[in-house]
Write a protein that binds this ligand. Structure first.
Ligand SMILES: Cc1ncc(C[n+]2csc(CCOP(=O)(O)OP(=O)(O)O)c2C)c(N)n1
Length: 360
């Protein structure tokens, strides 16, 4: 366990951050250092989800490079933090997430093709099927946490057992919205799970310049809720911590802040060049902590993985993502009414003028 925490190294942080209380279940070699929270069949299902998420993510970057997506925010390296946490939800739970959380959103029912539309500036990317209780990805850093708290409070007032989970990065914890959302959730004991993916950076800003707190998890103390730090590249630890938080929320015991420590292996977005602000050695170290490889090794130790199965899983993931791209690209372009009509119930005079310019 010590070995795992010692390798986290962010933003040239000279402390080579060591967090002794971080929850870990799978070590870097895929060996258990705790008890597996799910059985082998579920682990194989989640492994397939991790592979499909990575296939989507790789495709996202490729499509942007080909000029087929506007901009793309890679989640490479954060797959376990997203898939593991979303796996702990019930299908009817709410999710309020960001531009980098495609893996979590898809797990909760947001289709890949709609996620692709959201990355190409198409308003229809913000409209998942009606039965999916996932809000469109928030681009405004931090603002969406307030919505998650409001939604979960409404569910509590109505006496349902539905909870809301909200995803955000380390950078978002410096926004006033984070503190307002946490405060309200603490006071009103809302059934909310705050899932912070501490991926080391907010664009070029390293975590240690974002906050003077030793951990992000400890911020929960100030709001009277449970806070916990987990290894975000450990599928089992993320799943277990989220499941406990979800169960607490459903039982009326209020909100939890989970800090999933992970690493943003790629650039902030396809517009960013991390070579300008971080040491390539960090990126190399991150490869040793690959969240998917860890699960693969675990399955192999358990006799539940072989090369043929891997090939089939990879092939299926690739076909599914290619199909999603085809679907997204086969839609007719949105009409001007679609673009202008989604902002206000009635167009403001300014918008109407612009609309008339476009359509004349
Ligand atoms: C309110 C607001 N301020 C600034 C930005 C520009 N911006 C976009 S992403 C980002 C960094 C966010 O970092 P973090 O919360 O750590 O999430 P990550 O991108 O690492 O997943 C910033 C500053 C924004 N979108 N919204």
């Amino acid at each position: 366990m010590k070995d795992i925490v010692a390798v986290w190294w962010f933003g040239g942080d000279s402390r080579r951050v060591a967090w002794p209380n971080m929850r870990n279940i799978l070590d870097l070699e895929g060996r258990l250092v705790g008890e597996a929270p799910i059985d082998i069949e579920t682990t194989r299902r989640l492994y397939r989800a991790l592979i499909e998420t990575r296939a989507y993510d790789k495709k996202g970057t490729t499509l942007q490079r080909q000029g087929r997506l506007a901009t793309y925010a890679p989640l490479l390296g954060q797959e376990a933090a997203q898939v593991g946490s979303a796996a702990a939800l019930d299908p009817h739970d709410w999710m309020v997430a960001t531009y980098r959380d495609a893996g979590a959103m898809w797990m909760q029912g947001y289709p890949w093709e709609v996620l692709l539309l959201s990355r190409s500036g198409d308003e229809r990317g913000g409209r998942p099927p009606v039965h999916v209780d996932v809000l469109p990805p928030s681009i405004t850093v931090g603002a969406h946490m307030i919505h998650a708290v409001g939604i979960s409070w409404a569910e509590k007032l109505q006496g349902t057992d539905r909870i809301a989970i909200t995803y955000f990065g380390d950078g978002a914890t410096s926004e006033g919205d984070f503190h307002e959302a946490m405060n309200f959730a603490g006071v009103f004991k809302t059934p909310t799970v705050f899932l912070c993916q501490n991926n080391g950076y907010a664009i070029s800003m390293p975590r240690e310049r974002q906050t003077a707190s030793d951990t992000i998890a400890q911020k929960a103390d100030a709001y009277g809720m449970v806070g916990e730090q987990v290894d975000g590249n450990d599928l089992f630890a993320v799943y277990e911590a989220t499941k406990e938080a979800v169960d607490r929320a459903r039982a009326g015991e209020g909100a939890t802040l989970i800090e999933a420590v992970t690493y943003r292996v790629g650039p902030h977005t396809t517009n960013d060049d991390p070579g300008r602000y971080r040491d390539p050695e960090e990126e190399r170290l991150a490869l040793d902590r690959d969240p998917i490889e860890r699960v693969r090794r675990y399955l192999e130790h358990e006799g539940a993985w072989d090369a043929d199965w891997e090939e089939a899983v990879q092939a299926k993931a690739s076909t599914t993502i290619e199909r999603a791209v085809e679907l997204a690209e086969s839609l007719l372009p949105p009409s001007p009414e679609d673009i202008f009509g989604a902002v206000y119930e009635e167009m403001s005079p300014d918008l109407r003028r612009q609309f008339e310019q476009v359509t004349s």
